[in-house]
Design a protein around this ligand. Sequence first.
Ligand code: ADP
Ligand code: MG
Length: 393
Amino acid sequence: MTTQEMKMAFEQAYGKQVEKMYFSPGRVNLIGEHTDYNGGCVFPCALSFGAWLLIAKNADRVLRFQSMNMPQKYEIPISEIQPQPDKAWCNYALGCIEIIARRHPEAKLESGYDLLYYGNVPAGAGLSSSAAMEVVTARAFTEEMGWKDADDKKYRTELALIGQACEHEYAGVMCGIMDQFASAQGKKDHAIYLNCDTMEFEHVPVKLEGIKVVITNTHSPHHLDSGAYNDRVRQCKTAVEQICKVKPIKCLAELTPEDWKEVEGAISDPIAKKRARHVVGEVARTAAAVEALKKGEIAYFGELMTASHVSLRDDYEVTGKELDTLAEAAWQVEGVLGSRMTGGGFGGCTVSLVKDEAIEDFKAFVGKEYEEKTGLKADFYVAEIGNGVMRLE
Ligand code: ADP
Ligand code: MG
């Protein structure tokens, strides 16, 4: 789909010309899984696929929503913006518009708009099509409503916060800040070392000569549901409480692997102990991975990714057959430096570092193993690390 084709689709949908056009990316997390709500860091990067938004004002004081990916169309008067029933897809946009006005009283929606979305993030793969849609909407409507921070870095962080608030209040998903942050603050050929608590971050160059980041989609119907997610959050809290008997801490990310040896005996609950062991190890692995990347030690970076998967499989128990089959097959391929699940777990995608000359073997072997063991077909995307949200024209 070219931008020209999107513009033609807009003209067909609304019988008029596009006025402005924006893009915001999906993301993949390279390492640092289930660390965010434990005070730790994550290491995502923005992708070159994402969500496009085309808009033009209308004189009817309504917001009209259409998507090239969805059959449903919505028309909402600008005086009646509230969450729509039945998991309406327009909620991911509508919420942003209302939240901009709430967080920035000087921002005013003074006109109706016709909107058309197009997304090319594979649906439901955990690569954050929802965050891309939220952040692209927040970018467009902060501008239209007359509020924009002059400081670009602060402005992008605020776009992420608007998107996250929308996801919480209009989609009912209590997500952390990583997805919207990566979509807003992404930088070409860089990953984002981000502390999700403080929102302090650093762009780290990803220089992988002769190596590609390959994303493999399980197409599995299994997902990390809110029940399993909330269980993990609770188990980590239990671990913190029990550790506090011997060492006062606020969150698991405060602990180094050396501290762990001293405190693990204080955790009497065996499940909580496993969960905490993953978090402490993953926080250290993420820091080590960032250092490895800075020094160009890509083989070590890959080993840390693989160790992350093993820990998510054995201690955090969020992988499942599909993700394990993909990762374990990848590890067997000559020229694979590392492979792990990415995202919440159970379904979604793996992310692997693969030498250029091994990519065809990788796809053939992993694809075949996966189909034999699960009856499902995997999809492969060679990722390009792209920029964060932008106005195109
Ligand atoms: P993901 O992991 O891709 O973020 P989610 O379930 O969080 O998966 O979000 C997917 C939902 O976001 C879709 O069901 C739809 O409601 C909305 N969405 C994402 N992209 C688009 C789009 N291009 N057009 C319309 N709705 C979209
Ligand atoms: Mg999402």
